[in-house]
Design a protein around this ligand. Sequence first.
Ligand code: NAD
Length: 724
Amino acid sequence: MRLPRVIMEVGDDGVAVITVSNPPVNALALTIFDGLKEKYAEAMRRDDVKAVVLTGDAGKFSGGFDINVFERVHKTGDVSILPETSISVAVNVIEDGKKPTVAALQGLALGGGLELALAAHARIATPKTLLGLPELTLGVIPGSGGTQRLPRLIGLHKALELMLFSKPITSEEGNGLGLVDAVVPSDELIKASRQWALDIIERRKPWIRSLHRIDKLGSVPEVVDIIKTARQQAKQSFKNVPQHQACLDVIEEGIIHGGYHGILKESSVFKDLIFTDASKGLVHAFFSQRATSKVPNVSDIGLKPRKILKVAIIGGGLMGSGIATALILSDIYVILKEINSEYLLKGIKAIEGNVRGLVSRKKLAKDKAEKALLMVKGTLDYTDFKDVDMVIEAVVEHIPLKQKIFADIEKACPPHCILASNTSTIDLNVIGEKTKSQDRIIGAHFFSPAHVMPLLEVVRTEETSAQVILDLMNVGKIIKKVPVVVGNCTGFAVNRAFFPYSQSAHLLLHLGVDLFRIDQLISNFGLPLGPFQLQDVAGYGVVVATTEIFRTSFPDRTFQSPLVGLLLKNGRNGKNNGKGYYIFEKGSKPKPDPSVLPIIEESRRTINIMPGGKPISVTDEEIIQMILFPVVNEACRVLDEGVVVRASDLDTASILGMSFPSYRGGIIFWADTIGADIIYKSLQKWSELYGNFFRPSRYLEERATRGIPLSAPAATSPAAKARL
Ligand code: NAD
């Protein structure tokens, strides 16, 4: 591995080209800042250097500040390891340097990388270079002057959009906005940048210090007005996190009191933000997602993923059409099999609808959409399966049907072909029972809508080969999903851990707690939909089916009531027919429906579990805990059984599969911020009051009594050992 370094070459023209080199993205490690100071000092000192071109190695400018340093600050609590870059490098060395700097941008210039470029006196870029300040996604703000210089270069409006929404732009857009001075072909980048730097020194081009500019900022009343509106929007779009409001404070300070004041405030706010729970959670979520690709005995044994060029999908319903969409959008040929031409046509139309929907939402170019639609072919038999590399079965959840299909595809497909199922609940060993290809059988568990949701659970059995696991992980990456390898059990990782989510909501409802209060509190906590609204949207059929499956597997902790049956009997089918716990009308947000309350009363009377016949009295905090601690408890069982490789995989899966708020770091990270002991004691208390549903798991009890975090590696149980 090459160490991070900064190199300088001085040409006969008097231009020093300073290059940042730290593969793969030239992240700004601590030593890079030292290197920059050293090379700049030399360039300023040397009489043969007139100007500087600052660039990055191997086709990339820089991916930004080294995020490992954030993690170290979080672990040690020592903020002094953060380099002070904004004054000592961006202002003193680059912007106020006595010789001009031109930033030569290519590939990407993100975060701290772009901030260095903003401090330069001009920016030249190659086509399609990605430019952005995504720091807010890590719970902080730009910390090297970005909050001050970006508005001064491109105006406040656009700068807010880029920073608050962490939205990158291309160099072409940057050129139109005034962020980039010229876009040139890659082979001319350095030459054009050198010339630009010489033009500055010879006064043919202006020598611009961005921090001193005010021409694009607008008047103070205009600024105050724009910031006020942005504050309100940010309050709605980014609940429970401080960095958006803090970013607006810092920008306002700089515009009203001057750029240098803004820089000082930016630096101190940055140091406060890094210690917030939001930053700790977001940085953890970032590293957790990265870690998912490391799977012991799969990714570390020298295997190479095989090419998957053609995939057959069986079943063109909701999931099959979504999976097909994801594949064709990434140039993988799809054969879609259905039972008759009517269903086949429906499936193809659903794929077209998905693809055209992306075009109308401006997420896909029209020509790419048309090209993608040519990649799918419909069929009613197995003839076209003779040369497919993988089959993904997505038919209804029916064991004999899936078993028959697997026996058929074993015969119809070539011997290397991967045999995958999108089942959400059925044991894969059962599905593959009638074949002799256990090593090729795997679960490809997508989440609905499959072409949108980012998580792919790669479900391995004890016999699935490492090669097949690696191949499916690779396909997942190609189609822009995040593959998380999980073990084979009822509900796998996410659905299993979150099974108690709606169960505890129903239990609380029957103990007398108001349903709309529950939903509101959970949504305030940060999940997009409360448990009841989620059921309305998912459909009651799914609720009935999954409750039955979990009841069979975990009868000791499944809560049952007649409520969903009563809702269906009363003509309520959730979003499907516009009437559930909520009223769904086109064009407006779902509204709580008070006419559902008598049905709830009837269900409460039937099971009659309120202590003394009276509603229990609970605080808002207790409600959130009574919904989410049982999820943590089940997640502990998932860890204990070794269903996931590491605890942080469950964090990633909960964020990407259940939309658990990323700023809380994922379900296990969040639980550890509360403490195993508190969770254990609460569950113990509720289990005494309200029954077995809350009984703490063995893993939780052990962690709580021994004072060990839930996330600490365990893998001690026999089940866990067998899986890993
Ligand atoms: P669906 O009812 O929308 O579609 C199933 C399709 O399979 C139907 O179009 C049907 O005609 C077709 N089919 C049935 N037998 C077939 C055969 N022999 N050959 C070809 N096609 C056949 O069901 P869905 O919601 O897409 O679910 C499919 C699978 O995905 C199930 O195993 C389900 O558990 C799983 N899953 C569903 C979700 C979800 O949210 N719906 C999420 C994850 C996984």
